[in-house]
Structure formats: C-alpha cells, structure tokens
Write a protein that binds this ligand. Structure first.
Ligand SMILES: Cc1cc2nc3c(=O)[nH]c(=O)nc-3n(C[C@H](O)[C@H](O)[C@H](O)COP(=O)(O)OP(=O)(O)OC[C@H]3O[C@@H](n4cnc5c(N)ncnc54)[C@H](O)[C@@H]3O)c2cc1C
Length: 416
C-alpha cells in the first residue's frame, strides 16, 4: 500500500486544517504526483482557533487566519477547487462528485471534511454561529453596530462559548452566557475539574448562568435583535444571540459509499477506511493507539488534525507506521489558558498535583490506576514536562513518585 509514486493523484476532500496539512506533509515527504484539494467554502484553507479569540476580540482581521497563502499554494503545487462541495464518493473508483457536477478521479482519496456547528431544534437564521470565516464575518459586522454595554446572549458555556464571551467583554459588550448543565464544561472535563474552573467567569466579571432551560429564541426585526425565551416563560432581550453547543461531523456526502459511518468516518490506526481511502481530522473516528484495546475516538482538536495529516502523509509516502498519538487541546478563556493532554473520560479520577498561590494548577486524570490525561490552568511548563506520563502506559503511583511536573531528575522514570 504505501509508497506513492509521481503517477499517483491524491484527491483531498475538505480544504480546512487537516486537508491543507495533508497536502503540505505529502509534499514535505517528497510526493511529486498530482494533488487536488476540494473545499465547499469559498476561502483558501484558514485557521479556526483565532476566529473565537483574536478575530472576535478585534485584534486580527479575518485575513490573518489564512493558512494557504498564494505563495504556499504555489510552492505546494496544489490544485485548489473551491466553492463546490463533494456530494458523493465512489470508493472503488476513488472518484469524487462535486455539487456543480464535476467529477474528480484520483488514485487516493483523503476525507478531511471536518465538522460543522451543531444546531438546536429551534435554530433559525437570526442566530449566529462561530464555525466558519463567513459566520464570523457576519457576527463581527453585527457586533460593530452595537454600543458598549449592550447585551449579547451566548447559548452554551463550552470552549467556544467561553472564548466568545471573553472576546465580547474585551470589545466592551455585555455577554450573558446561558448553560444548560449545572456547571460549564461538566460534560467535557468532568465533575471535579469543572468545579475547579467554576469561578473563572465570575473572576473575569462575565455573567454565566447555569441550569438554563431555553424553549426558543424569537427574532425581533431582521438585524440580529432577539429574545431568548425560557421554559418558565421568562425572556432575555439581546442585541444578538450566538449559539455554541458543539459540532457534528460532515459525513452526509458519504452515505451510500459503503464506508463505515459512526460518529464520523471509522478508520484504523493508519487512518485507512478502504483501499487508498483515508480520513483525518475532526471527521475521523480513529483507532486510538493511546487508548484501551479497540477504542475509537473522534477528537475535535487543532493539534490532532495536524498530527493525523502528518501521520497519514508519512504512512502513504514511506510506509512508516503512525506513532502513539497524544491528543492536545488548549483554550483561552476568561483571561486564563486551559490546556489538556490525553483523552480522559469525564468519570475518570482526577487529583491536583501542582498548585500555586496565584491559582494555577495541574490535574492528573487516571482510570483503574493508569494515567489517562492531564489538565492545566496557566501551567504550560508543568503540563509539557508531564507529557512523558502519556507516552507509555504509566501507573498513577509511578506518576506521583516521579512528579515530572516539578522538572526534577527522576521525571523521566527510574532509568533516566
Ligand atoms: C471557533 C473555533 C475555535 C477553535 N479553537 C480551538 C482551540 O483553541 N484549540 C484547539 O485545539 N482546537 C480548536 N478548534 C478546533 C480546530 O479548529 C479543529 O479541530 C480543526 O479545525 C479541525 O480541522 P479539520 O480540517 O478536520 O476540519 P475543519 O476545520 O472543519 O475543515 C473541514 C473543511 O471541509 C469542508 N467541507 C465539509 N464538507 C465538505 C464537502 N462535502 N465537500 C468539500 N468540503 C467540505 C468544511 O466546510 C471545512 O472547510 C476551534 C474550532 C473553532 C470552530
């Protein structure tokens, strides 16, 4: 299987981070054949994390987020087909049909169609989302028309909701964040860690309301004004309502292709889902080498998309097997940085192993006595020093003994 030749033609579907990185990495590993990159958005590949941070707070323009500049595209010799989405994949023929009727046939296909913003049952066009450049262009246009102190409601206090609230406060607006759960991030980081983080919004002067039961949102006029209607009949008037309630994988175009679709495209540890067909990034439900036997995960992290692309390109060009992937995630919210390594479950045990008077800490997740992840608040160095605990299976006892977060001599284990 591995060993792409100049006679091959790799067709990458999805011109986001994972798709673009796949192209870059294939070239970096010496692939000299034809390379096509298909995207349904009208934009050259761009980066999403700054959308809810630097762009939303007004520090960057949207142009700053461009990954595939004309120079980089030319250097990578990529044929970019934008503005028409893929509607069908013929797996056996490695043939992709586009919404405008074009058919692109290659020798290899990479599925990198990512995810889109999840919508609530009462979704309508007056609501704002934060997934694409166009979403953010529309939203920032609206925000620019508002006066300082005006209320903007945000539905969902997850990572996107928290980052957007922080950015809106920096613009002088008054974000009101409405969360259905008892605490923000409960579903992602678990009971204990969500409790440790619960004071962050209040410390930053941001109004986050938990246990909110929203029945719907009513548009008032057609410029973005709306009223959030709660199940008990209460209402909240806002100059804009933004929804940040997670994402769902873009797989509908693959229905009927024969590929296994289950919370994304199911792929093996080499990212393969059929002969010469692979999936990477947010859309890939991959066999995770760092997990329990047979465990598949779909992870919506920037670094994971980058790592997938690099691993696939290496495998297809050199035959080198992918190494152990350690998921990494960061979020800048309420003036703090949350970082996470590994893929712990919300019911894993967790304990704080490092803490400072300034409220910075490092938490260690474990399951059945084995370390499963690390989470840090403003402790980037301690987190990275502790990555070693996830590189090979490590018991909790051993981790506590070695305490790599302190950077001491026994950090890398007894033999180091
Ligand atoms: C606002 C925001 C902030 C974020 N911040 C962070 C952060 O702080 N830290 C972090 O780790 N991660 C963050 N992420 C997540 C990170 O950006 C994603 O993990 C990453 O973008 C995944 O890349 P991808 O290429 O797999 O998917 P995407 O970026 O979703 O790209 C997929 C592309 O494929 C296109 N596409 C979909 N269907 C089709 C089709 N049928 N045909 C052709 N094209 C199609 C999509 O329109 C899109 O352009 C953030 C995401 C968002 C939205």
């Amino acid at each position: 299987m591995p060993g792409l030749s100049p006679a091959d033609h790799v067709v990458v579907v999805g011109a986001g981070l994972a798709g673009w990185r796949t192209c870059e990495e294939l070239r970096r590993h010496g692939y000299a054949g034809r390379l096509s990159l298909i995207g349904d958005e009208p934009h050259s590949p761009y980066d999403r994390p700054p959308l809810s941070k630097q762009v939303m707070s007004g520090k960057w323009t949207l142009e700053h987020t461009t990954l595939a500049t004309p120079e980089k595209l030319a250097a990578a010799d990529v044929e970019l087909l934008l503005g028409a989405g893929a509607t069908h994949l013929d797996v056996a023929a490695r043939s992709v049909t586009l919404s405008d009727g074009r058919v692109v046939t290659g020798t290899h296909v990479v599925i990198a169609t990512g995810a889109r913003a999840r919508r609530l049952a009462f979704h309508h066009d007056a609501l704002f989302e934060v997934r694409t450049r166009d979403d953010v262009a529309r939203l920032t246009t609206r925000l620019s028309a508002l006066d300082p102190g005006e209320v903007v409601a945000i539905i969902g206090a997850g990572f996107i909701g928290a980052e957007v609230a922080t950015a809106l406060a920096a613009r002088g607006l008054r974000p009101v964040v409405l969360e259905a759960a008892a605490r923000p991030l409960l579903g992602v980081l678990g009971e204990e860690v969500s409790r440790w983080l619960a004071s962050l919004p209040g410390d930053a002067g941001i109004d986050v309301r938990a246990d909110q039961r929203i029945a719907g949102v009513e548009a008032v006029g057609d410029e973005g004004d709306a009223e959030v209607v709660f199940e008990d009949g209460a209402r909240l008037a806002a100059r804009a309502v933004i929804v940040g309630v997670g994402a769902q994988p873009n797989v509908e175009w693959l229905e009927g292709s024969g590929l296994v679709l289950d919370n994304g495209v199911v792929v093996d540890e080499r990212h393969q889902c059929a002969v010469h067909v692979a999936a990477v990034g947010d859309v890939a439900n991959f066999a995770w080498s760092g997990g329990e036997a047979g465990e598949h995960v779909r992870v919506e992290h920037w670094q994971v998309a980058t790592d997938h692309a690099a691993a696939l390109a290496r495998y297809w060009t050199t035959g080198e097997e992918p190494g152990r992937l350690i998921p990494y995630f960061w979020s800048d919210q309420y003036g703090r940085k949350i970082q996470m390594l590994g893929h712990p479950r919300r019911d894993d045990d967790v304990r704080r192993v490092k803490e400072t008077d300034a409220g910075q800490w490092l938490g260690l997740y474990s399951r059945r006595g084995l370390v499963t992840g690390l989470v840090a608040l403003n402790q980037p160095r301690a987190l990275m020093l502790s990555k070693v605990l996830l590189e090979t299976p490590t018991s909790l006892d051993d981790a506590l003994l070695r305490a790599p977060w302190d950077g001491g001599p026994s950090a890398r284990g007894p033999s180091a």
